[in-house]
Design a protein around this ligand. Structure first.
Ligand code: FMN
Length: 438
């Protein structure tokens, strides 16, 4: 039997999803109450996913033509609710799947974040993760009273200090601190609850955490460092790393790199699960899947400005200033935002024009292309994992709807299960234990 691999779902932010796409009901009206996401969480739990990662950003884009118009008009990452609210409701709708909200270190002071995540871990009975990001937008930074974000590598230096603060807070309750001895008249043993008194170069906190401890000790940490500095950070702190690296040789190299970095920093590399972003297109037959892929590309062709606006939002580049037929190689593109994404884009672009490059980038938006029936896609996923070495996939679809969720949860996953590639039952009650089960 093959070694099973892990499955995560990448939910591109809370609130309005895929507005204007087919099969999305009336999401423009229904988005305020997240029934779609609670249904999603139940479906993915039925399919025994390890986790749902809720992506986030906390600003309205304004980098396309120096205007908010295109973002607001098409609902590009707006409106968007705070992911911890969504995470709470998704946790309440489920009992086994892990829920991973994204919270950025520049936006949440360490104490606020440690307490929020500990509270979520408690109410979910040990099923919370934190997607640890350092932010990528100067516009977002201005929402929090800063002129802009610190420079890219400095953000990770600051994040080391941040981790020391939050880890100190999560560790401020020793195991067994809650005695709950009614006869003896003691709820908490004060000798097992400690101040943190972390004073770092950027963050300080007193502690202990008044919320009490996380059932998991510390929450599961997810990270997506793509740069050398980001990978160094992720391999030290993360339980799971998510990556959009293109092609199996690159995926294998990425995984080997973060595993080697983990070992060099004294960690067991098997405790760092690397999940690769994929966006399967499924059909009842190969022809139907290919048709749906063509339809997806046709929709993308009609939306090149929106795609560039979306990409410009995460890279802080105003693509409206360039003619769509300009060769990408003639442009001086730099970012203090998502460096890995920009590097991938340039690689895909080669000598292509901006329009063609965006379509190619979008067209093969995951690590590998997966187009076919559930069974053929399951077979391809098996091959990919054999070539890469592990540890699983982070599935994302552009057209989030109950239909596209069911295609994965009730079509693709049973095909994977039939091949023994993914679990049929959760092994444990808590999130990290399931992540480390194989
Ligand atoms: C699958 C995936 C999910 C990500 N989710 C977020 C997110 O929700 N919010 C965010 O600000 N950045 C997100 N990022 C960006 C990463 O945090 C990181 O900045 C990016 O991968 C570039 O790596 P670097 O920081 O080492 O340059 C995500 C990246 C990937 C690959």
């Amino acid at each position: 039997m093959p070694t099973p691999f892990h499955l995560g779902w990448f939910l591109q932010g809370s609130s309005v999803q895929a507005w204007g796409e087919p099969w999305t009901g009336d999401i423009g009206r229904d988005w305020r109450v997240p029934d779609l996401f609670c249904d999603m969480a139940r479906s993915l739990e039925r399919a025994r996913f390890d986790y749902i990662l809720i992506e986030d950003s906390s600003y309205v884009g304004e980098s396309y033509g120096g205007s908010r118009e295109i973002y607001l008009k098409h609902g590009l990452s707006v409106p968007r609710q705070d992911p911890s609210v969504m995470a709470t409701l998704m946790a309440a709708a489920t009992s086994r799947i892990g829920i991973v909200p994204t919270l950025s270190t520049f936006a949440y002071p360490p104490y606020l974040l440690a307490r929020l995540i500990a509270s979520l871990d408690q109410v979910s009975q040990g099923r919370i993760g934190w997607n640890m990001v350092t932010g990528s937008s100067d516009v977002a930074a201005r929402n929090y009273g800063m002129d802009g974000l610190p420079e890219h590598d400095l953000r990770y230096d600051m994040a080391e200090d941040y981790m020391a603060a939050v880890n100190g807070l999560w560790d401020s309750w020793e195991p067994g601190a809650i005695v709950n001895d009614r006869a003896g008249g003691m709820l908490i043993d004060h000798t097992k609850v400690h101040a943190v008194d972390h004073v770092g170069p950027w963050y300080s906190t007193h502690g202990p955490l008044n919320s009490g401890p996380c059932p998991q000790g510390r929450p599961v940490i997810a990270q997506a460092g793509g740069s050398a500095r980001g990978k160094q950070f992720a391999s030290l702190h993360a339980d799971t790393i998510v990556a959009g690296v293109k092609g199996t040789p690159g995926m294998r190299a990425y995984r080997e790199d973060v595993r080697a970095r983990a070992v060099a920093q004294g960690r067991d590399p098997d405790k760092v699960k690397v999940l690769f972003l994929v966006s399967p297109v499924l059909g009842d037959s190969a022809e139907e899947a290919a048709l749906r892929q063509r339809q997806r590309m046709a929709r993308a062709e009609a939306q090149v400005p929106q795609l560039l606006a979306f990409f410009g939002k995460i890279t802080n580049i105003d693509f409206a200033t360039y003619d769509l037929d300009t060769p990408v190689s003639s442009l001086e593109l730099h970012t203090n935002g998502h460096q890995q994404s920009l590097d991938d884009f340039k690689r895909v672009a080669g000598k292509k024009s901006l329009r063609e490059a965006m379509l190619s980038y979008r067209g093969n938006s995951g690590s590998v292309e997966l187009v076919g029936t559930p069974d053929t896609v399951a077979g391809r996923m098996e091959e990919v994992m054999q070539e890469v070495g592990g540890d699983g996939f982070l599935i994302s679809v552009n057209d989030v709807s109950r239909r596209s969720i069911a295609e994965v949860a009730d079509g693709l996953v049973p095909a994977l299960q039939a091949r023994g590639l993914v679990r049929r039952e959760y092994e444990h009650a808590q999130f990290r234990d399931n992540l480390l089960a194989f």
